[in-house]
Design a binder for this molecule. Structure first.
Ligand code: ATP
Ligand code: MG
Length: 552
């Protein structure tokens, strides 16, 4: 195991199991249900499972836990595989499906029946709930619990043959209706569902429950450590009960860790689906979504997501991690991987009086890394600067262009504003400035240095672009706790700027390429909508954390 990896209880446990010879080689799995797109919480589970396999020289499987056909789809199956690969992982062997074990699971259910450990129950869902008892009261045994093995076998075979309607009967394990652990009160193994399945078609009118299927799937695949989230801790005795009563060759060990929750984020697939279905966002991969596909489209680098997941650690206590930590991991990564470029969001014309030539500039693509190279940029007398970078008068805090004051144009000469032209509404429409220096990079001879640096583009050569300014999707830190999570959607989570002006070189940006637009933030060429003829950039993240600064 490499030394830059932090120790945690999972690694300690696995190391102990390897050292004692309990397991020969580590085998983990990532077992999503294909009923939605993966989100940042799943990224944590992926980095844990694939990361451990990598660190201990083991293997990690990708297995679709596809036992609820009505909610699942091929679109989700495809997106999940794409997301895992994009995060930088490759599963061992073929993609696996719980549904390919349906026959084995069925045969094992028959075996439980033969041992008198499972029975067909005809209680309705409401009745079953009443019989289950509560946390403080024991449950009652179903009147169908005493059915003979022969009758149970016969009824279960008829369930499988499709003789009964949805909900008419279930197969239950016969464990203990008085158990203090409600999961052991004769849990359901099979439900009747006349539903077409994306993998098995109409072969099965009955489907196994998660509890019955999961441990057996792990055992079939030779998983050694079945790592899941804490809500399954109370299911572990059941997980072990099945394995103890079935002729499995290998016995996996279930270990739980705390889910990853980040502030300002919803990670319930059901609610994320609602955001998509209600049109609150443009789709599962909307750059505001906490889905992996959304983060990708937003320009978050996979390495930043992996670092963040490692950084937050793995524990057994639930907490909410400040999403600013994820954003900061993104900034750290992009600061050394993103080339610099200039984009003027709200263009204002700036004319340099007396500049009668075109300056050929060579601008560094990265201020600290010469490996990024340089780009040739031409600067003539007609420029565009941002409206926010000019004021007719201002106090000393304002370090941009002011009438009678100096500023340096990024990578070029020092200028001084002389006069501004306004329209009938009193808005400044054009600024005239004189050149104080002639050679890019030099300081003024009179020693009066400019207060600040502003970015610019050439008015003749710059290209219009659409820029989408994204912000956090929710305006409160814990939207999951809001009575109606849709009511706390941030109304300004997307602002579209048409007619931003970018350096001509940016039309050649490749989809998904991220730049730092100087003084503005990190922006990614949209994966789907960007083209040389119509550039589209998404704000990945600002240069600074404006939420903390605003106390929000
Ligand atoms: P549901 O089961 O309600 O549809 P889920 O989020 O648990 O939703 P799964 O597809 O079952 O979705 O999740 C796949 C794996 O990812 C599981 O092992 C689960 O424990 C893990 N996982 C899901 N959400 C998180 C999270 N927020 N943090 C860490 N792991 C998570
Ligand atoms: Mg789940």
């Amino acid at each position: 195991m490499s030394s830059d990896v932090r120790s945690n209880f999972l690694r300690t446990q696995i190391q102990a199991d390897l050292d004692s010879g309990k397991v020969g080689a580590l085998v983990t799995r990532f077992p999503p249900e294909p009923n939605g797109y993966l989100h940042i919480g799943h990224a944590k589970s992926i980095t844990v499972n694939f990361g451990l396999a990598e660190q201990f020289g083991g293997r990690c499987h990708l297995r679709f836990d596809d036992t609820n056909p009505e909610k699942e789809s091929q679109e989700y199956i495809d997106s999940i595989q794409e997301d895992v690969r994009w995060l930088g992982y490759q599963w061992s062997g073929e993609v696996r499906f719980a549904s390919s074990y349906f026959q084995q699971l069925f045969d094992w259910a028959l075996l439980l029946i033969e041992q008198g450990l499972a029975y067909v129950c005809d209680l309705s869902a409401d009745e079953a709930r009443a019989y289950r008892g509560t946390l403080t009261e024991a449950g009652q045994e179903s009147p169908y619990r005493a059915r003979s093995i022969d009758e149970n076998r016969d009824l279960f075979l008829r369930m499988r043959a499709g003789e009964f309607a949805n909900g008419e009967r279930v197969l239950r394990a016969k464990i203990d209706m008085a158990s203090p652990n409600i999961n052991l009160r004769d849990p359901i193994l099979y439900r009747i569902r006349h539903a077409e399945h994306h993998q098995t078609g109409n072969a099965w009118p009955i489907y196994p429950t998660y509890d019955y299927a999961h441990g057996q799937e792990d055992a079939i695949e030779g998983i050694t450590h079945s790592i899941c989230t804490l809500e399954f801790e109370d299911h572990r005795p059941l997980y072990e009960w099945f394995l103890a009563h079935l002729p499995v060759v290998s016995v996996p060990r279930q270990i739980e860790f705390a889910r990853l929750n980040t502030s300002y984020t919803i990670t319930s697939k059901r609610k994320l689906k609602q955001l998509v279905d209600d049109g609150v966002v443009a789709g599962w991969d909307d750059p505001r979504m906490p889905t992996i596909a959304g983060l990708r489209r937003r320009g978050y680098p996979p390495a930043a997501i992996r670092h963040f997941c490692e950084e937050v650690g793995t524990s057994r206590s639930d907490s909410i991690v400040d999403v600013a930590m994820l954003e900061s991991a993104v900034r750290d990564e992009l600061n050394h991987t993103a080339p610099r470029a200039m984009c003027v969001m709200n263009p204002l014309r700036l004319t340099l009086t007396g500049l009668n030539q075109v300056l050929g500039l060579s601008l560094a693509n990265h201020p600290a890394d010469a490996a990024f190279g340089f780009r040739d940029v031409e600067m003539g007398a007609e420029l565009l600067i941002d409206k926010d970078d000019f004021r007719e008068s201002a106090n000393k805090q304002y370090k941009r262009l002011v009438l009678g004051k100096r500023v340096r144009l990024r990578g070029s000469i020092v200028i001084e504003a002389e006069r501004a032209e306004t329209n009938d509404a009193g808005e400044v429409v054009q600024v005239f400035a004189r050149c104080i220096t002639a050679v890019p990079g030099e300081d003024p001879e009179d020693g009066i240095k400019p207060k600040g640096v502003i970015h610019w583009v050439s008015a003749d050569r710059a290209v219009p672009a659409t820029v989408r300014l994204y912000d956090r999707l929710f305006s409160v830190a814990d939207p999951a706790r809001a009575e109606d999570f849709l009511s706390v959607v941030n109304p300004t989570s997307l602002r579209v700027v048409e007619g931003a002006m970018v350096e001509p070189a940016l039309v050649d940006a490749l989809p998904e390429q991220v730049f730092q637009f100087e003084r503005e933030g990190y922006f990614v060429a949209d994966r789907f909508d960007h083209s040389p003829g119509a550039p589209v950039f998404n704000l990945t993240i600002g240069l600074r954390d404006t939420w903390s600064a605003a106390g929000g």
